[in-house]
Ligand binder design. Structure first.
Ligand code: C2O
Ligand code: CU
Length: 519
């Protein structure tokens, strides 16, 4: 080889080696990230992520998690979620069978869809109980191919009845049954839905409302005037659900007429079972926002020209009095459906969404929270962000929780009795309706502005882009509880964390090799 040739070759070779090295410097770490993001074929939720003890004391269960979060330390003092059952025994006060089926449903004449029904309809029957009742639901999955469960959204049931496939039970296969037993502890509007492949099964209608009436001796929160109106109010569950282009209310498209005499009231229990927030307002009459996420507002005042924004998964109970002049009041559900409250032949004029949205931060009168946030024993940050990366091998813009992607997300660890403060900070570019299972959470502040109205108890909280909410709750319901976004496709994409009580274990597994896929 002549020196001339050697000189000609060397730069090309160097360039190629440099290029290869550069490519490898990019490809190898990316491949490693890709590989590391892939979920095991089966795993326990307790083995994922890293334990977040918050500001509180280090908990015994943590020792086993030191390196990369692994389960709860075994041995004495541990309890399986399967044993966290309702401790009241004896016959149930309310006993129902709910049967899920995959079938065609006619939405309106000529419009048929593939749906999942409960007892033959979507939504399924409204489950009614009185506060304090022992409820027993026999769930039958007749023909939902992927298996199904029932989750009692907003109800603080024992953990074994929470209905999360792969965390609190195995999905019930087609042909199988499962019994849920719990005491309906709190009055209010709740709902049930499948928590197996929930982004599909909820969309296809495997859901229904739950109404818990207050116990006869329940203290009056709403005030005497409202209590008087409520005495003969017509009770109207209104599960709002989008099937393709069709917005439905209790399964029907268009307006739903509720016959109410002039001067008489209706309690319209709006349940938002969709993935986006639902604006609700009233045409032709003022209204009161009676309850948010099941909890009565303390001294709800009359509202005019304001919309209520119901987050995905959330509920709003509106008290509407039919106008004295014989016209109807219309509870507008997003503008494409309404509950029409008035005499049989009255129509009412639709109106546009008011420019002002009611702010629960200063609605109603303050009252005792029943907990002291200043004496919190644990504080957590739940910061939602977004960045490029992989989740289970899929590239894309990923949701992050405290900077990490699923499954490497925090496992918020508490001890029973903790008073917990959590800051939910959203810097992800999109709104997220955040939902903690098994607990009622009270809003303390938004963007540093303290709550001054009625205690604002939620289980589904719309956290807008750039917003920062501080909430508090009492850790009084042991178990492993999801704390996720209720825009269910977001949960599927990894916007899911859990709250775990120290010493809790689960025998259930998730992953492709199992039947369980909760999101
Ligand atoms: Cu309404 Cu985790 O769900
Ligand atoms: Cu979200």
């Amino acid at each position: 080889m002549s020196p001339t040739t050697a000189r000609a070759v060397r730069p090309a070779l160097v360039r190629r080696v440099v290029a290869c090295a550069a490519a490898a410097a990019v490809v190898v770490p990316v491949a490693l990230f890709w590989n590391a993001s892939r979920l095991p074929a089966q795993y326990s939720i307790t083995q994922m992520g890293s334990v977040e003890p918050g500001s509180g004391p280090r908990l015994p269960g943590q020792l086993a998690h030191e390196a990369h979060g692994h389960g709860t330390a075994g041995g004495a003092g541990t309890i399986s979620v399967a044993n966290l059952v309702e401790d009241r025994s004896g016959p149930a006060d309310v006993s129902v069978t709910l049967t899920a089926r995959s079938e065609r449903v006619e939405l309106t004449p000529g419009v048929e869809i593939d749906a999942y029904t409960v007892n033959g309809t979507t939504p399924g029957p409204t489950l009614r109980a009185t506060q304090g009742d022992l409820v027993e639901v026999t769930f039958v999955n007749e023909s939902v191919p992927d298996g199904a469960t029932l989750h009692w959204h907003g109800m603080d049931v024992p953990n074994s009845a929470d209905g999360v496939a792969g965390v609190t039970q195995d999905a019930v296969p087609a042909g199988g049954t499962f019994t849920y037993r719990f005491v309906a502890e709190d009055a209010g509007t709740y709902w049930y839905h499948s928590h197996q492949v929930s982004h599909q099964q909820v969309r296809k209608g495997l859901l229904g409302a739950v109404v818990v009436e207050p116990a006869p001796a329940a203290p009056e929160v709403v005030g005497p005037e409202v209590a008087e109106l409520l005495r003969d109010a017509v009770d109207v569950p209104a599960v709002v659900h989008q099937f393709g282009a069709h917005r439905t209310v209790q399964g029907a498209t268009g307006d739903t007429a509720v016959e109410v005499a002039p001067g008489q009231a209706a309690r319209v229990r709006v349940v938002n079972s969709d993935n986006g927030a639902l604006p609700v307002w009233v045409s032709g009459a003022p209204f009161r926002l009676l309850a948010i996420d099941g909890t009565d507002v303390h001294a709800p005042t009359e509202v005019r020209d304001q919309a209520v924004l119901v987050p995905a998964g959330g509920r709003a109970d509106l008290l509407v009095v039919a106008p004295d002049d014989g016209t109807a009041a219309r509870v507008e559900l997003g503008g494409s459906a309404a509950v029409v409250v008035g005499p049989a032949d009255a129509r009412g004029e639709p109106t546009r969404r008011p420019a002002v949205t009611l702010d629960p931060l200063d609605y109603g009168d303050p009252a005792s929270l029943g907990l002291d946030p200043s004496a919190a024993t644990r504080t957590f940050e739940y910061t939602i962000g977004r960045r490029p990366g992989f989740v289970d091998g899929h590239p894309g813009m990923q949701w992050t929780i405290n900077g990490r992607t699923f499954p490497d997300v925090p496992m918020f660890l508490v001890r029973e009795g903790d008073v917990v403060r959590m800051t939910i900070d959203n810097r992800s570019g999109e709104a997220h309706p955040m939902h903690l299972h098994g607990h009622h959470v009270v809003v303390l502040s938004r963007d540093g502005l303290a709550a001054t109205g009625s205690p604002w108890w939620v289980d589904s909280l719309e956290v807008g882009q750039g917003e920062r909410y501080e909430v508090a709750f009492v850790a009084d319901n042991p178990g492993i509880w999801m704390d996720h976004c209720h825009n269910l496709p977001h949960a599927t994409e990894g916007l899911v964390a859990h709250l775990m009580y120290e010493g809790t274990t689960t025998p259930y597994l998730l992953g492709k090799a199992t039947v369980n896929q909760p999101e």
